[in-house]
Design a protein around this ligand. Structure first.
Ligand code: NAI
Length: 261
């Protein structure tokens, strides 16, 4: 537990499912005030709100599409209106789908870039604007991926979005460090969430992914949520511009394990 997270106002995009929900619940345990953004499934968002409250926090749900500028502006304004301020912005909403790159449509490319990269930019911009105007040493956490550094055939749009996020975060961190505003990425490996449900339901595909993880298992959403809590807390007060990987060692060249190569 991080004492300074109590009563902090934390916005999480795509906060109703998967990693977003696990982070919402973790911030609930920290007795924070959580703003759960969701795109269209209100029931999932209400379930997440209930879990946050049962964990000891407060929560509101706010609909909105992160690719729509007005929705992101509304999200931050609603957080401030309902809870009085903003301390932590977590740009977590993301999508992915596999397509051979030479067959990838412009619409599909744009949808992934707009959601994963432009959505995170809009969330970062609105949060930082509020921090600067109100002299708040807040922080931004962007949900990147091991694919900000590992190329990923069939997912060129996804890898480009997360690679872009790496330099976006580093640039924002550098630009706003003098104001005490911190900006960091989390880089999850393979996690057990709805984005992977179909893949991990197939035992062959699941075993294939597990073989690429030195620690040997697919990560639990709580193992990313704990990283978010750390980065948001004052225990990480001197940490900015990094990607903190939570990947069971996936980025450490597992094919070289046991002295191969
Ligand atoms: P998920 O599919 O449960 O979460 C994605 C969330 O984003 C959903 O709630 C979805 O409704 C929301 N979303 C999608 N488009 C949106 C939009 N335009 N506006 C608002 N919300 C939107 O899957 P998961 O795994 O929890 O994904 C969360 C983030 O973690 C994503 O950015 C993903 O790229 C990233 N990630 C996930 C990994 C994994 O293995 N699960 C690994 C590395 C990164």
């Amino acid at each position: 537990m991080y004492k300074d997270l109590k009563d902090k106002v934390v916005v999480i995009t795509g906060g109703a499912t998967g990693l977003g929900r696990a982070m919402a619940v973790r911030f609930g345990q920290e007795q924070a005030k959580v703003v759960i953004n969701y795109r269209n499934n209100e029931n999932e968002a209400l379930e997440a709100k209930k879990e946050v409250e049962e964990a000891g926090g407060q929560a509101i749900i706010v609909p909105g599409d992160v690719t729509v500028e007005g929705d992101v502006i509304n999200l931050v304004q609603t957080a401030v209106k309902e809870f009085g301020t903003l301390n932590v912005m977590i740009n977590n909403a993301g999508v992915e789908n596999p397509v051979p790159s030479h067959e990838l449509s412009l619409d599909n490319w744009n949808k992934v870039i707009d959601t994963n990269l432009t959505g995170a930019f809009l969330g970062s911009r609105e949060a930082i604007k509020y921090f600067v105007e109100n002299d708040i040493k807040g922080n931004v956490i962007n949900m990147s991926s091991v694919h900000e550094m590992i190329p990923w055939p069939l997912f060129v749009h996804y890898a480009a979005s997360k690679g872009g996020m790496k330099l976006m975060t580093e640039t924002l961190a550098l630009e706003y460090a003098p104001k005490g505003i911190r900006v960091n990425n989390i880089g999850p490996g393979a996690m057990n969430t709805p984005i992977n449900a179909e893949k991990f339901a197939d035992p062959v595909q699941r075993a294939d992914v597990e073989s690429m993880i030195p620690m040997g298992y697919i990560g639990k959403p709580e193992e990313v949520a704990s990283v978010a809590a750390f980065l948001a807390s004052s225990e990480a007060s001197y940490v900015t511009g990094i990607t903190l990987f939570a990947d069971g060692g996936m980025t450490k060249y597992p094919s070289f394990q046991a002295g191969r190569g």
